[in-house]
Design a protein around this ligand. Structure first.
Ligand code: ATP
Length: 227
């Protein structure tokens, strides 16, 4: 499919603790299916929905930058890391939208995250600011949706990837991506046990992890539970 060379963007936010091929392949497949030229990765500074990340924000930002350095169509935004307070997606999207009022924005989230999407800050506004592309992920079967989400889906569901290019925001698309059963949790656990996560993530990211001695502790405690 031909790609638009506008300000259109496929977005993926995450803790990226560390970034791995599950993230990268999913967002690239969505980009190709939608026919959008560019991807923006947005590492979260202080994710409101989960425990504190293991690695410092500056390391997670650097690892994400290293992962995509050879791919000029993928950019990394430091906005959530630089913004104080919890990393609310809605604030990031308001800023992006004010810079690009007409652009197509399509935010990728895994099915696991979508099932809790109605707990995100101002989640209905998020749906007005961007399309949502929900990707199937191994190990997360479709479950019963909360009522609010079911309503939103009824009004906004769209079944053709190419249809998302017809308007800047507002649709929800379910899109199956190649099942790569990789998680950052698994990678951290391998490293903490002295095993190599090689080939689950880009070599440059693993080189960075080793050079900085990240995720080495045998039983690391998250920062918010550290003594
Ligand atoms: P952790 O194991 O620490 O919870 P994670 O690997 O799930 O981390 P996140 O940074 O929390 O990674 O994920 C960011 C986004 O990427 C989420 O929407 C998540 O659903 C999606 N994602 C993560 N891993 C995969 C994968 N293997 N395939 C497809 N999507 C993924």
């Amino acid at each position: 499919m031909q790609c638009s060379e506008s300000g259109d963007l496929v977005l993926l936010g995450g803790t990226f603790d560390p970034i791995h091929y599950g993230h990268l392949r999913a967002v690239e497949e969505v980009r190709q299916a939608l026919g959008i030229a560019r991807i923006l990765l947005i590492p979260a500074g202080h994710p409101p929905h989960r425990q504190s990340p293991w690695a410092d924000a500056r390391h997670r930002l650097e690892m994400t930058r290293h992962a995509v350095a050879r791919h000029p169509h993928i950019a990394v935004s430091a906005v959530e890391i630089e913004r104080p307070g919890p990393s609310y997606t809605v604030e990031t999207l308001r800023a992006l939208r004010s810079e690009r009022p007409e652009a197509v924005l399509a935010m990728v989230i895994g099915m696991d995250a979508f099932l809790r999407f109605d707990t995100w800050h101002d989640w209905e506004e998020i749906l007005d600011l961007t399309h949502l592309v929900v990707t199937g992920r191994p190990g997360w079967p479709a479950a019963e949706l909360p009522e609010g989400l079911r309503q939103a889906l009824y009004q906004r569901r769209c079944d053709r990837a190419s249809a998302l290019r017809a308007q800047p925001a507002g649709k929800i698309l379910f899109h199956t991506v190649t099942a790569l059963e990789i998680s950052a949790t698994q990678i951290r656990s391998l490293l903490a046990r002295g095993h190599s996560p090689r080939f689950l993530l880009p070599d440059v990211v693993l080189d960075y992890i080793e050079a900085e001695g990240l995720y080495q502790s045998p039983s690391p405690l998250p920062k918010d539970q550290a003594p």
